[in-house]
Design a protein around this ligand. Structure first.
Ligand code: UDP
Ligand code: MG
Length: 324
């Protein structure tokens, strides 16, 4: 019985998806550590490296290495499509019974993969790696990330795992479900939570980058956060509704109050008071309208993007047999 289970487990193959953008200093070490790890694991390994428009020698290194290792596959996208779409390309083309997404810069230690696989073997379909500590990031990015993950878990309809990035294991069943989702704005952390199935977490310490610089400076991280909120939450829309209500009620109360004080009690309104308040009110209301329109435009842009129905990415070159 146990022998039978052993064969079953070892027959299950794993795809490691690595999206990269100019990571020539990191890829060789990542590759070594992954190979060393899988030497000790029973699973068949497929490595799928996704070149997201690199301009350094990363891809040359991958191609050269692939000549000696048939398990190493690559996809070169036709330009930089962004981290989330590079991951999507990997998820569409991997063949394993489970896929693991890992960054190329060694911030996610490859050794944690063994823990992810252990949970998978217990029957979980999605295993999120949760950062218990983040090294080598600016205090501002850390603080904003901390607030963002907690805010997201409050305002989204599906519960997202707090402090989980894109480092996770996804079982074939969950992978097929994710691959069937058509949206253009791919916030993988949200989509992975949305599909459901059996999900769990594994804690790890996120290391500092091994080499090179982050491709997610603060501005891009904020863009990702905004994308996440508008993709997964209707709360900003509801806020507009509440704000509008609040404004109406407040202005009504103030108008009644002023009428009582100036007209009924003092029976003599000051000459400039009206103009002052009116000017302030105009500023306030127009500011508020702009804010609300800004939020609305985010959603409208999203509808616009989805309607265009463009492919999520284009492939320039690959060593996959059937890249369709
Ligand atoms: N990356 C990518 N396309 C991009 C930006 C980043 O494929 O447009 C890759 C990058 O090479 C790395 C991973 O995504 O493997 C995470 O990026 P990074 O380490 O720069 O982000 P951070 O960890 O600083 O948030
Ligand atoms: Mg990184």
């Amino acid at each position: 019985m146990f022998r039978h289970m052993d064969t079953l487990i070892s027959e299950r193959s794993i795809s490691i998806i690595v999206p990269f953008l100019n990571e020539e200093e990191n890829l060789p070490l990542l590759y070594q550590r992954l190979i060393a790890l899988f030497d000790q694991l029973p699973h068949q390994l497929e490595l799928l490296f996704i070149d997201d428009g690199s301009t350094d020698h990363s891809l040359e290194w991958v191609k050269l290495t692939a000549q000696n290792n048939p398990a190493l596959k690559y996809i070169q996208l036709s330009r930089n499509f962004g981290h989330q779409r590079a991951i999507t390309a990997g998820m569409h083309h991997c063949t394993g019974d489970a896929a693991i997404i890992i960054d190329a810069d060694l911030q996610d230690p490859p050794e944690v993969i063994a823990d992810l696989i252990a949970k998978w073997q217990q029957g979980y379909h999605v295993v999120h790696a949760v950062r218990s500590e983040r090294k080598g990031e600016t205090p501002l990015k850390k603080a904003l990330a901390h607030i963002f993950y907690r805010l997201m878990s409050q305002i989204t309809e599906v519960k997202m795992t707090v402090d989980a990035g894109d480092f996770r294991l996804i079982d074939r069943k969950a992978l097929n479900a994710l691959n069937s989702l058509p949206e253009q704005h791919r916030y993988m952390r949200g989509l992975a939570a949305w599909i459901g199935f059996r999900q769990t977490t594994v804690e790890y310490i996120r290391e500092a980058r091994h080499a090179g610089v982050t491709k997610y400076p603060l501005v891009k991280s904020i863009a990702l956060a905004l994308n996440a909120i508008t993709s997964f939450s209707g709360t900003p829309l509801r806020l507009i509704f509440y704000l509008g209500n609040l404004l109406c009620i407040l202005s009504l109360i103030i108008a009644i109050y002023l009428f009582i004080v100036w007209t009924l009690i003092q029976q003599n309104p000051p000459p400039h008071a009206g103009t002052t308040y009116l000017t302030l009110a105009i500023f306030f209301v127009s500011g508020l309208q702009m804010l609300c329109m800004g939020i609305l435009s985010q959603y409208i842009r999203r509808v616009f993007d989805e309607i265009k129905d463009r492919p999520l990415y284009l492939i320039h070159e690959t060593n996959l047999k059937d890249p369709s």
